[in-house]
Design a binder for this molecule. Structure first.
Ligand code: GSH
Length: 198
């Protein structure tokens, strides 16, 4: 049984969505987290080394950080094909876009939010505009990052774009809007929202 360490309306919410897609048995353990306004505390029950969410426990096995959790869960619950397994020709693209999410896309958004320049040749990521161009080019190949195949990588990217749809952090793009709506329009997203509200 998977335990998801979760805080409402946070980066752990999309793992309820993924667990619903996977039809996995899971329980939600609500934890407190530190907030930007200085409120909130680290929950001692949370196994993430910095008290962040998400983290999961699978019968004693702890996994933290979104891309690692996505990969762990899609390998662990392969039934619904939410992540190409080792040996699948799509595996390389899957790993690449999962890593790109954590290593490039999120840092790009945070740099922009903080009004920090991204030094070419030094930072491991790029400016949001450059990252979004790469994602839009990728989506020219099909409705999802892996072409015709929906995967957990789309859950990370699509929910992020849906959240930033009205934000000045992201330029308006019909390709991205349609993609984000395609992802959050899935029945598992709605089931996750209902489950999250409890
Ligand atoms: N790199 C982490 C980021 C997780 C993260 O920052 N989560 C926020 C909630 S959206 C959090 O737990 N913040 C509390 C804190 O920073 O102490 C991941 O991708 O899983």
């Amino acid at each position: 049984m998977i335990t998801l360490f979760h805080h409402p309306n946070s980066r752990s919410s999309r793992f309820i969505f993924l667990l619903e897609e996977l039809e996995a048995a899971y329980q939600i353990r609500l934890v407190t987290i530190r907030k930007r306004d200085g409120t909130g505390t680290v929950d001692p029950a949370n196994p993430h080394p910095h008290g962040k969410v998400p983290a999961i426990c699978d019968d004693g096995v702890i996994v933290f950080e979104s891309s690692a959790i996505a990969l762990y869960l899609t390998d662990r619950f392969p039934k619904n094909g939410m992540g190409p397994l080792a040996g699948d020709p799509d595996r390389g693209a899957y790993l690449s876009w999962l890593a790109y999410y954590s290593g490039v896309l999120e840092p790009a958004f945070v740099s922009k939010f903080l009004s920090h320049d991204v030094p070419r040749g030094t930072a491991g990521w790029v400016a949001v505009e450059e990252a979004m161009t790469a994602v839009i080019q990728r989506l020219a190949r099909g409705p999802y990052l892996l072409g015709e195949r929906f995967s957990a990588a789309d859950i990370l990217f699509g929910t992020t774009f849906a959240m930033f749809a009205q934000s000045p952090l992201m330029e308006k793009s019909p390709v991205i809007d349609t993609y984000a709506q395609r992802v959050v329009g899935r029945p598992a997203f709605e089931r996750a929202r209902v489950r999250e509200k409890g």
